[in-house]
Write a protein that binds this ligand. Sequence first.
Ligand code: ADP
Ligand code: MG
Length: 719
Amino acid sequence: MAKLRFDALNQANNRPTVKVELPGKISEYFGQDVFDLKKMQALLSPDIFKKVRQAIDEGLKIDMETADAIASAAKSWAMSKGATHFTHWFQPLTGTTAEKHDTFFDHIIGLEKFKGNELVQQEPDASSFPSGGIRSTFEARGYTAWDPSSPIFVYGVTLCIPTVFVSYTGEALDNKAPLLKAVEAVDRAATKVCQLFDRKVTRVKPSLGCEQEYFVVDKSLYNSRPDLVMAGRTVFGHNPARGQQLDDHYFGSIPPRIYDFMKDFEIELLKLGIPVSTRHNEVAPSQFEVAPAFEEINVATDHNQLLMDVMNKVAERHDLRVMFHEKPFAGLNGNGKHNNWSLMTNTGVNLFQPSSSARDNLVFLTFLVNTIKAVYDHADLLRASIASAGNDHRLGANEAPPAIMSVFIGSQLTSVLDELEKNGNIKVEKGDNMYMKLGIDKIPPIIIDNTDRNRTSPFAFTGNKFEFRAVGGSANIAAPMTILNLIVAEQLTQFYSEVQKEMNKGAERKIGVVNVLRKYIKDSKKIRFEGDGYSEIWVKEAEKRGLSNIRDTPRALDAYLSEKSRRIFKRHKVLNDVELDARNEINWEAYIMKIQIESRVMGDLVLNHIIPTAIAYQNRLINNANGLKSLNINNDEILVNIRKITDYIETLNKGIHDMTEERKRANKIEDNRERAIAYCDDVKGKYFEKIRYAVDKLELLVDDEDWPLVKYREMLFLR
Ligand code: ADP
Ligand code: MG
């Protein structure tokens, strides 16, 4: 086994460089694989093109004649790029993307064809996608339906059509259908609120810029670790002497091999119209980040899914493996996705942008306060939206926000809200920064500090947007973005009706707005936290404030099913009871599966690799001790080590045995939630750390030449 490790190290150290040629200026190839509006306009008649635009901008339905014309143009364009097949590209509840490729070629007519009905709707053989029992309950099949708001693209030799996946009885079977509905809900609610200030606003769309963190390791090293291959994270491995203590990796120079990989995948992403704009090292060794510029949330979500896929594929060319897992390495940073979210009006205003216009600043405060209130009222639902087995390892660990939801807004805005709460008045502060004037004469301008940053907050205001940082690195962001938009939609709906009530009581509109905001600021104060979110002090303080800190996925998921949640899902037509129940069944099952795999991998590694290695080394020590003894040389130190190794081996034998028994017990539990809790508390909770501790200690004791698993320091300091 140690031979495998050294072979892998040898391969990793002797990789030839992969040359990456830049295809020219980005402006020349950006979006070349996307059937975007410009290409449609060139290929479609003006009438047809107008209908497409309406479908995209206003969500209008496309008739079959129009669909035929679009399909035909898309086919010609795709074939000119070498495409032979088409697929409905969708996001089933497995968290990845799925596709079933159909050829354009029709052998009966002997020609390539692609019809409108094939563009609009398709029936994938969906029986193997999770439905949480929906399909069997209703005996309904699922179909995919074109989502014209996300552009069609060519990927490899396939024309990909972004779609939603629903059952014939209308239940959503994917991640995207609810997102689109939540986006509609927030549009409806926010537009109404905007119209209190500006009648010209007729649409509000959420924007999203999603920063993606990832680790990169050499392919051979990755493949030599069964835990990485099977579970996506290392279940064992002692921390290297030099981890991230020095913080010297952050914004340091990018290693050449990784740099080639980055250039390569960025070219692919740019061709697909994904506007990647930044790249840099992250805090942990071998960890990096890529961030595209923000886009409409629906497109940004598709793009994040596509980005992960492209990165996986391109990594192969470089003999590398990318890891998006929330916690691939213990003791180091995990991977997150920072979801930068804002709301944009059709009049081009970012509703979270403070400005020098008095009216706009009351609008700004309205959306700021309502978002804070939404997070306060539905913190548990937001927590549930980021729950996964992987994220449980990350939340509350090194350099990751805790599982407590809180909002950071910076000291300037804190004093604005404090003033507004106390007396409806706002202090002036001097400085060179931007002035923020409020919409009411009484309130003088205040200064906005855009640089106020707090990296430890799970939900932070960063100048002109909120950044939701607790989202896991491998997650499909559609789920958390559905919840965020839904709870803000709910909050804005309530706000609107409370302002109406104020006005009915005779309050002037702006005064009515301020009155309601003041009440909200007071009510939601507890969710605001400006200090160090990673500290123990905050955990205690949050408890005092009565904020929840739900540490595990099985219990976090309960928030989806509370009466309060069900009501808002229904009111905004995002998910019905059947869909909610089905989703939780799927999520609990996914959780069980993940922990089960991790537990089995631990068992295999310990019994087949770690214990045999430890015994072999122990025997060498015993021989040595006997030899020393026969020469009458003191051998106390060696005896101590032999005893330690003996103890760890015993801990491991017993730990693996008991954990397996615990798994068997858990497997007999029928209810998914109860089984998930058993896996969480009894399998993972009682054994994972104990077993890992013994293995990691043995790693330090056993001769390096014998150790079977590639070590952290060998995986993480790739140059
Ligand atoms: P950071 O310091 O966290 O890296 P940046 O200012 O570089 O923040 O932006 C990070 C992400 O936020 C990028 O994807 C960027 O496009 C996105 N972003 C910027 N403005 C907005 C906005 N108004 N709405 C949504 N995302 C935005
Ligand atoms: Mg960020």
